[in-house]
Every structure is written in structure tokens, then in C-alpha cells.
Design a protein around this ligand. Structure first.
Ligand code: CA
Length: 236
């Protein structure tokens, strides 16, 4: 699966072989790794043991239907794998029941492949974002990137979205000095802003995270960059 799973690893649980083949082929061509299960029982077994980015789950399956697979998966699996429920019944009921059973999104048959892929991509992106969440601590400042919550000395601080990105980089690299260029590139990519932009964001950030407190954590290192560190504590 090395070359084929760059888009994500997908488990397709679908009893209709022609649909499964069609979906499998399309997603395979688009760079996804696809595993296939033709019924609920084997699908559930694969889902529990595998490490999938998303599960495409048909609601109408022999032996154990999609809703039951969904329910059991939510009970057995610690890591919440996103589930895209595929329903043949175009009724609000089936959708509501599917979402109630723990599905993250649903798709009604017949569907466009492109539509399915867009839904899958969104689910994968969302779950990867969650997986990459992290709690950084520097001195008495704590940033939880999962919920984007920042506190210092137990006090909740409000920072702009770019300020939070900036802080995430500096806290991740702390106590290392990060070059201005590296920060700019990580935040703005190739669309580098003028030289005052980063400085003004840093100014605003300082106002919130350092000004109200005794000890500054954000330090400018002349002609080298910036570092976030509790220097007094490090010296002690
Ligand atoms: Ca079916």
C-alpha cells in the first residue's frame, strides 16, 4: 500500500460487488489505498483491527447491517475512525438513524464518485487534524492545539488565528530560536507578506501573552529570529 495510500487508507464495506469494484477502482486511481469487505461481520473485524483513515459503510448489508456495524464499531474502537454511511434509501429517517448510530456523514445512492471523494477528503482532513492535536507547555503557558485554547498561569488568553499559528510554531520549537523566514514560510507559504506583517503580529501577541505577566516568554534574538522560552527558569 506504500505508494497507493498517500490520499488515505479506506475500508469499503459494501455487499454489491459492482459498486464496490467501481468505487475501489476510482479511489485507487486517485491515490487512496482501499480494503474491501463484502459483509458486516468481516467489515467490522477489519475495521477494529485495521488502521483506516475512513470507513465507507453501506447501510444495507447481509448478516449484520451497516447501522449495527457502526454501533459496534463505536463501542469497540477507542480511536474514532470517521464513518461515511452510504444509504440506498433516500429518506430522512435513514440519514438520521445513521448519524445517531455514530456515522460522521452520509451519502445517498446513487452518488457521483467526485461527491464521495470530496466527502472522504473532508473526513480524513478533519480526523488528521484531531490526531495531530498536541498540548505544548512553556513556563506557565499552555497551548492545546486540539481545541486551540491558550492559558497562562491558568488564565484563558484570546489570540488571533495567526497569533495562534505563530505561537504553535514557537512553542513546538521551544527553546530553539526560530528564524523569521522559517516562521513566515510556515504561516504564509509562498505568499510571503511584507517585512512588517510578522512584526505586527508578534507585537499583538506580546501584548496578550507577556504584557500582563511579570516575566516575558517571547524573546527577540537580534538578527537570528524569535524564541519562546522561560529563560529565568532555565537558568535556575
Ligand atoms: Ca447493499
Amino acid at each position: 500500500m506504500a505508494a497507493s495510500d498517500k490520499g488515505g487508507l479506506i475500508l469499503l464495506i459494501e455487499d454489491q460487488q459492482d459498486t464496490a469494484a467501481l468505487v475501489g477502482e476510482y479511489l485507487g486511481q486517485r491515490g487512496y489505498g482501499v480494503d474491501y469487505a463484502p459483509d458486516g461481520v468481516s467489515g467490522l473485524r477489519l475495521a477494529v483491527n485495521g488502521n483506516y483513515d475512513v470507513i465507507v459503510l453501506d447501510i444495507g448489508l447481509p448478516d449484520m447491517d451497516g447501522l449495527e456495524v457502526c454501533r459496534q464499531l463505536r463501542q469497540q474502537h477507542d480511536r474514532p475512525v470517521p464513518i461515511l454511511m452510504v444509504t440506498g434509501r433516500d429518506s430522512v429517517d435513514a440519514k438520521v438513524i445513521g448519524l445517531d448510530a455514530g456515522a460522521d456523514d452520509y451519502l445517498t445512492k446513487p452518488f457521483q464518485m467526485r461527491e464521495m471523494e470530496a466527502r472522504l477528503r473532508a473526513l480524513i482532513r478533519r480526523s488528521r487534524h484531531k490526531v495531530s492535536s498536541h498540548v505544548y507547555t512553556v513556563g506557565d503557558m499552555v497551548l492545546d492545539t486540539g481545541v486551540m485554547q491558550l492559558t497562562r498561569n491558568g488564565r484563558r488568553l484570546m489570540v488571533s488565528p495567526i497569533g495562534l499559528k505563530l505561537l504553535t510554531i514557537l512553542m513546538r520549537e521551544s527553546p530553539r530560536v526560530v528564524a523569521r523566514r522559517d516562521i513566515e514560510r510556515e504561516i504564509w507559504g509562498d505568499q510571503l507578506p511584507d517585512s512588517d506583517t510578522l512584526r505586527s503580529h508578534l507585537y499583538n501577541l506580546r501584548r496578550v501573552i507577556d504584557k500582563p505577566f511579570d516575566k516575558p516568554l517571547l524573546h527577540t534574538i537580534h538578527s537570528a529570529g524569535y524564541r519562546l522560552a522561560d529563560l529565568q527558569m532555565r537558568r535556575a
